[in-house]
Design a protein around this ligand. Structure first.
Ligand SMILES: *[C@@H]1O[C@H](CO)[C@@H](O)[C@H](O)[C@H]1NC(C)=O
Length: 201
């Protein structure tokens, strides 16, 4: 993965793009099968202060638009001045632009503006310890379990296939802003903001 930051980024922030983007409103639990969706105008920035020990240095996704299902090229580099260890929280805030206003999307079924108490546990659940980290992490020797040592993490450009997914049907066209705050015991370690637009077909 990329940095611990990217570990989280990959697993949470990036997932956010395709899954959280499908956050459900309380009254809309229905899922739809989309033939395809496009994500346009992906951009990112660090949103913490200078004191945040974990920062993203580069991050790129292409093509623009990103088509789902389809191929995605991603690269990222991040660094952390401190080891990232359990409990590693990620607090996600998702806003969607509705009629010109930015509306906070609630947390429903673990998707939306959700606080994840310990991403380390989540990673251990997704990827059983002892098993090779998924590609392309394995190839580049990027770890996928806590603790992530302090230092620099780089994922050179790698190809991913984005499968077709069922999304809450209200996740149609729109502009989204996702902020993820990485923390440990209430102390902020890093903050990443991602914006993009989704167009469904
Ligand atoms: C994340 O949210 C929890 C509440 O769910 C809070 O206790 C914690 O301080 C937050 N973390 C950061 C770094 O703000």
């Amino acid at each position: 993965m990329i940095s611990m930051k990217m570990a989280i980024v990959s697993h949470v922030y990036l997932l956010c793009i395709f899954i959280v983007a499908g956050t459900a409103d309380d009254f809309i639990f229905r899922k739809v099968h989309l033939n395809s969706a496009k994500a346009v105008g992906f951009s990112w920035s660090n949103c913490g202060g200078d004191k945040d020990p974990a920062v993203m240095n580069t991050m790129s996704l292409s093509p623009d638009p990103i088509v789902i299902p389809g191929d995605l090229k991603a690269s990222a580099a991040g660094s952390t001045a401190v080891a990232l260890s359990s409990p590693l929280s990620v607090n996600v805030t998702l806003h969607k632009e509705v009629a010109g206003f930015w509306v906070k999307v609630p947390c429903v079924e673990q998707i939306g503006s959700c606080d994840y108490e310990d991403v380390c546990q989540l990673l251990d659940t997704l990827i059983p310890p002892g098993q090779d980290c998924p590609e392309p992490l394995h190839t580049y020797g990027i770890p996928c379990h806590c603790p992530f040592k302090s230092g620099d993490y780089t994922l050179p450009e790698a190809n991913f296939y984005l499968p077709q997914v069922d999304l809450p049907y209200w996740l149609t066209n729109g502009n989204y802003e996702i902020v993820g705050v990485l923390g440990n015991n209430g102390q902020q370690l890093g903050c990443l903001k991602v914006t993009l637009s989704i167009h469904t077909a």
